[in-house]
Write a protein that binds this ligand. Structure first.
Ligand code: AMP
Ligand code: MG
Length: 329
């Protein structure tokens, strides 16, 4: 017979799982949303934590679950381009150009908000961030929920964003109602955020869609000046982000004799001195694996993380942005 001591962890883990339903059923997940629950779901970038954009009670649960500061606004996720009219009061010329080219996709555009969007969503800003994900499961969930959904990344604020359902459970298991499991996400880094409220679009956050791609249709797009008024208008940039427990360092080459408990991710061959190594062959693979690598470092009790620096062309800019912000702590 099992001793009580042996039974206890099993009993606990069953209770834990029962609080957060993990399912592959969009029908079940959208029913939970329609009944006021909060549901994590896959997009092509990272997993988001969804709630109807106009349901302030459910949105408060999203902020609480993530422990997200209320001055960090949320992105509204839509399932058809037409739904933008529900949340934005105006679609500017630059927005229309970007929507035509890149929706659905890993691009978030910021527009003047409509009266239907609660202040809680926009952290009191007069603008709203909107995105149409290129992921069938995400689109089906939004349609099944019968409303656009706010969906910040489904992690505890400050931690690396989740790219698998298991990573969501690690942070939010027992706290949220459901995780819709759609496997590993395709890009691994969050969407690119572009402010389209002014005459010239401004890149607020680099992401899975590169500035080179954006420039093919918006050649005049600018990068955000850190001192500009826009950096105050994108409050997410102020907050601590993407940090594992370990210290993170960007390095040009692996250390031939790293200190104990050090991990490495990159293209070059790392020596045996590293306790944990994730080799990558392309920048796209680097982007897909970076956040899960940082999480795995925590699971293994790694104390120092070496991330090989990459050139900033294409997705390299978003990779370096996330590494710098993880290293900033
Ligand atoms: P997350 O969903 O966690 O990936 O973060 C959403 C990002 O979008 C944050 O960097 C926010 O600051 C940004 N964001 C959301 N709404 C707005 C807005 N109205 N204006 C500017 N940035 C926004
Ligand atoms: Mg986030």
């Amino acid at each position: 017979m099992l001793s009580l001591r042996a039974q206890t962890p099993l009993h606990c883990s069953i209770q834990y799982r029962m609080k957060t339903l993990v399912t592959e059923s969009v029908e079940i997940a959208s029913e939970i949303v329609r009944n006021g629950g909060i549901v994590a779901f896959p997009t092509e970038t990272v997993y988001g934590l969804g709630a109807p954009f106009s349901d302030t009670e459910a949105i408060k649960k999203v902020f609480d679950a993530k422990r997200r500061p209320q001055d960090n606004p949320l992105i509204v996720h839509i399932s058809t381009p037409e739904q933008i009219e529900q949340v934005a009061s105006e679609i500017t010329l630059s927005a229309a150009t970007l929507i035509a080219e890149f929706f659905p996709g890993p691009l978030t555009i910021v527009l003047p908000k409509s009266g239907a969007v609660p202040e809680l969503v926009t952290a009191g800003l007069e603008t709203v961030a909107v995105r149409m994900p290129a992921n069938e499961i995400a689109i089906a969930l939004i349609e099944g929920s019968r409303t656009p959904l706010v969906a910040p990344s489904a992690n505890v604020s400050g931690k690396p964003s989740p790219t698998t359902a298991a990573a969501v459970i690690e942070d939010l298991g027992g706290v949220i109602d459901c995780v819709l499991d759609g496997g590993q996400t395709r890009h691994g880094l969050e969407s690119t955020v572009v402010d389209c409220t002014g005459e010239t679009p401004v890149l607020l956050r680099s992401g899975s869609l590169s500035i080179e791609d954006l420039r093919t249709v918006c050649p005049d797009i600018k990068k955000l000046e850190p001192s500009s008024d826009l950096s105050r208008r994108s409050p997410g940039l102020r907050h601590r982000h993407y940090s594992p427990e370990a210290a993170v360092l960007a390095v040009n080459t692996p250390d031939p004799s790293p200190p104990p408990n050090t991990a490495f991710i990159g293209f070059m061959t790392a020596g045996e001195g590293y306790d944990f190594v994730v080799p990558v062959e392309t920048k796209e693979e680097y982007a897909v694996r970076l956040f899960e690598f940082l999480r795995e470092c925590d699971r293994r009790g790694i104390q120092l993380v070496h991330c090989e620096a990459v050139d900033e062309a294409g997705i390299g800019s978003a990779i370096m942005d996330r590494i710098r912000r993880a290293a900033a702590d």
